[in-house]
Design a protein around this ligand. Structure first.
Ligand SMILES: [Zn+2]
Length: 276
């Protein structure tokens, strides 16, 4: 989900469908909308020369898309060995059970309700499939169950909806919390600064090649919005809807319901920190 509140100077990227790094290929789902940008990015990740692949976020329940994901892996000589979810929103996870059925794989996710098979996913887990290494990075905030996957060999991170290829994401109150989200952005920044990650493979929108710049932009954007919300409250805008109409006046009205979730998360944060 996006709140589409892009600021000038936002980084731009490329690759919407097809190979993005040495190990990651995107199959774009046909579910484009204001909230999902060009559609959901379904990622097939594999070690070069390996016959095993991992699929991250099968996407919506669309048989044609799910079969295209399988065919893309098979055409590269690979069998899908595992399905992972970045979080439980339907545009990422709704097709997971059907995809697991088509591919004969297990589904691993943070939320037990989304799993198929015994194994879950927790912070610090390292997935090793066919020589591929993916490190599980907890990134709650967009939702409580949001995860990112660090792909060290490609100096890349798959971010789900925590960072998008365009615009900024929604903190989906009440499940998503702003304090968690800011901590998650700082965790991703440390991946870029300390671990050399330079590519963001997002859940929607194009691939971004300046990971640190993107994270800094997201942190700056959140700080700007938070200050605007704080000022709006001080100026007498009281309800979340009033704050949205004032602070998000420049954003298309179709996105206001999503913006209201982010505003509710920001109001909670400001109250918890004694700022309003
Ligand atoms: Zn989402």
């Amino acid at each position: 989900m996006t709140d589409a509140s892009a600021l000038p100077g936002q980084p731009r990227g490329g690759v919407l469908s097809g190979p993005a790094t040495a190990r990651a290929v995107n199959v774009l789902a046909p579910n484009a909308s204001a909230m999902t940008l060009d559609g959901t990015n379904t990622w097939i990740v594999a070690e070069p020369d390996s016959d095993l692949a991992v699929v991250i976020d099968p996407g919506p329940l669309d048989d044609e898309h799910l079969r295209r994901v399988l065919a893309t892996a098979e055409q590269a000589g690979r069998r899908v060995a595992l399905t992972l979810l970045t979080h439980g929103h339907p545009d990422h996870a709704e097709g997971a059970a059907r995809f697991a059925e088509l591919s004969g794989t297990r589904v691993r996710a943070l939320d037990p309700a989304l799993r198929l098979g015994e194994e879950g996913l927790t912070a610090g887990d390292v997935i090793t499939t066919g020589g591929l290494e993916l490190r599980v990075v907890p990134t709650p905030g967009h939702t409580a169950d949001s995860l990112s996957f660090h792909l060290p060999a490609d100096r890349a991170v798959l971010t789900g909806d925590t960072i998008l290829g365009r615009g900024t994401t929604v903190v989906a109150h009440p499940d998503g919390r702003l304090g968690d989200y800011l901590d998650s952005l700082r965790r991703l920044r440390s991946l870029t600064v300390d671990d050399g990650v330079h590519t963001v493979l997002p859940g929607h929108g194009p691939v971004l090649d300046d990971a640190q710049g993107v994270v800094e932009y997201y942190l700056a954007h959140r700080a700007t919005r938070l200050a605007q919300v704080e000022t709006a409250v001080e100026d007498g805008y009281r309800t979340p809807a009033q704050v949205v109409a004032h602070v998000y006046a420049d954003v298309d009205r179709s996105l206001w319901p999503a913006a209201e979730l982010s505003v509710r998360a920001q109001l909670d944060y400001l109250e918890e920190h004694g700022l309003i």
